[in-house]
Design a protein. Structure first.
Length: 357
């Protein structure tokens, strides 16, 4: 039995999984950093680690029992065989190969795990994605002419250097008085006329509102403050007269909420051997795991089915959606990845060469 495969699946959804007689595999958080070589801001991520302290040993046996449809005692028996094999490898070569998870080896009398780069722990990051630093073009220095010590910027008054003499003040006051005296008289008269017209208009609005097309205020309806008006008034409806129309509307208009989001997938297509379809593959399982996977996807609202393969194959591809063309399959895969939060989904071109399972 492939215990490593079940252990990897559990670590995608659990923080730690213990194995009796060996230790505990757990996920730890690595803080974000700046990659100087690649000019990237690498966000915090998960990393796989190992501890000889044993915790949560029941999770693995229960998971294997549910997947393979065997008893918990049988699952613990197979786990014991796996532990014996790991301990035997460590005793012979001082290390044990855990396939994609890495290697267990002794370092300074401590059993540690050397993680592989390609290990898949579900969500790669628990923070923001990788952010690439903007590359700036070459900065060019702009040279400016240096001013001499006795040279200042033009069009600037230096009040601290110039004294305010009485003659200068008198000249400024005389120029202001000349500007006031030379302002046109007609401007002043126009301002007075505008003010008088505005006052007359306001007075007429209150005294004779009929001139502006407004009825007398005394005839307007009284508005009661803080009054509560019901949002829906009771109306007596004859249900017998509209029952037929409701039934006809319900029978003719049915809107599929997902039709605007996901391209239409074939539910149960009548496929001939000359037809090619594109399948969204959710997993590759053994025959014992197929029924469990179908029930699991059914609980999530999807219909899973096995894809016919070459006779003698141990792993069976499980399709969760079928499309008639590749473009629709690509759109469907994007939607399913977001819906199921599983980026391992892929498209399989099914030419229907083999008989259905």
């Amino acid at each position: 039995m492939d215990i490593l495969s079940h252990l990897t699946d559990l670590l995608r959804t659990h923080k730690e999984v213990g194995i009796e007689g060996l230790g505990t595999f757990f996920k730890k958080k690595i803080p974000g950093r700046y990659d100087v070589k690649n000019h990237l801001f690498v966000p915090p991520r998960y990393s796989l680690d190992f501890s000889v302290e044993i915790k949560e040993t029941v999770i693995l046996s229960k998971y294997i029992s549910g997947i393979t449809d065997i008893s918990t005692e049988s699952a613990q028996y197979y786990i014991g065989l796996f532990v014996d094999d790991i301990n035997r490898q460590i005793a012979i070569s001082n290390e044990a190969d855990l396939d994609s998870m890495g290697k267990l080896r002794y370092v300074d009398d401590n059993l540690t795990l050397e993680e592989q780069d390609e290990v898949n722990l579900g969500f790669e990051f628990y923070g923001l994605p990788v952010i690439r630093e903007d590359e700036f073009s070459e900065i060019q220095q702009i040279t400016t002419r240096e001013l001499r010590s006795d040279e200042g910027p033009s069009n600037i008054w230096h009040f601290d250097r110039e004294g305010s003499s009485p003659s200068t003040i008198n000249a400024l006051s005389d120029s202001l008085e000349d500007a006031k005296s030379t302002s046109p008289l007609w401007i002043k008269a126009l301002i007075v006329i505008i003010v008088v017209l505005a006052l007359g208009t306001v007075a007429a609005y209150f005294l004779k509102p009929s001139l502006f097309g407004i009825e007398n205020v005394s005839h307007l309806p009284t508005v009661v403050k803080d009054a509560i008006i019901p949002s829906v008034l009771p109306v007596n409806i004859d249900t017998s007269s509209i029952s037929d129309s409701n039934s006809s509307l319900n029978s003719t208009k049915t809107i599929d909420s997902t039709s605007k989001i996901l391209p239409t997938a074939s539910q149960d297509p009548q496929i001939s051997h000359d037809t090619t379809t594109w399948e969204i593959i959710g997993a590759s399982l053994t025959k014992k795991e197929v029924s469990w996977y179908i029930e699991d996807m059914k609980s999530k609202g999807f219909t899973a089915k096995p894809v016919p393969t070459m006779p003698g194959k141990k792993r069976i591809k499980m399709s969760i959606a079928t499309f008639g063309d590749e473009e629709s399959a690509r759109e469907g895969r994007k939607w399913l990845i977001k819906k199921l939060k599983n980026k391992d989904l892929y498209i399989f071109q099914n030419k229907h060469t083999y008989k259905p399972i």
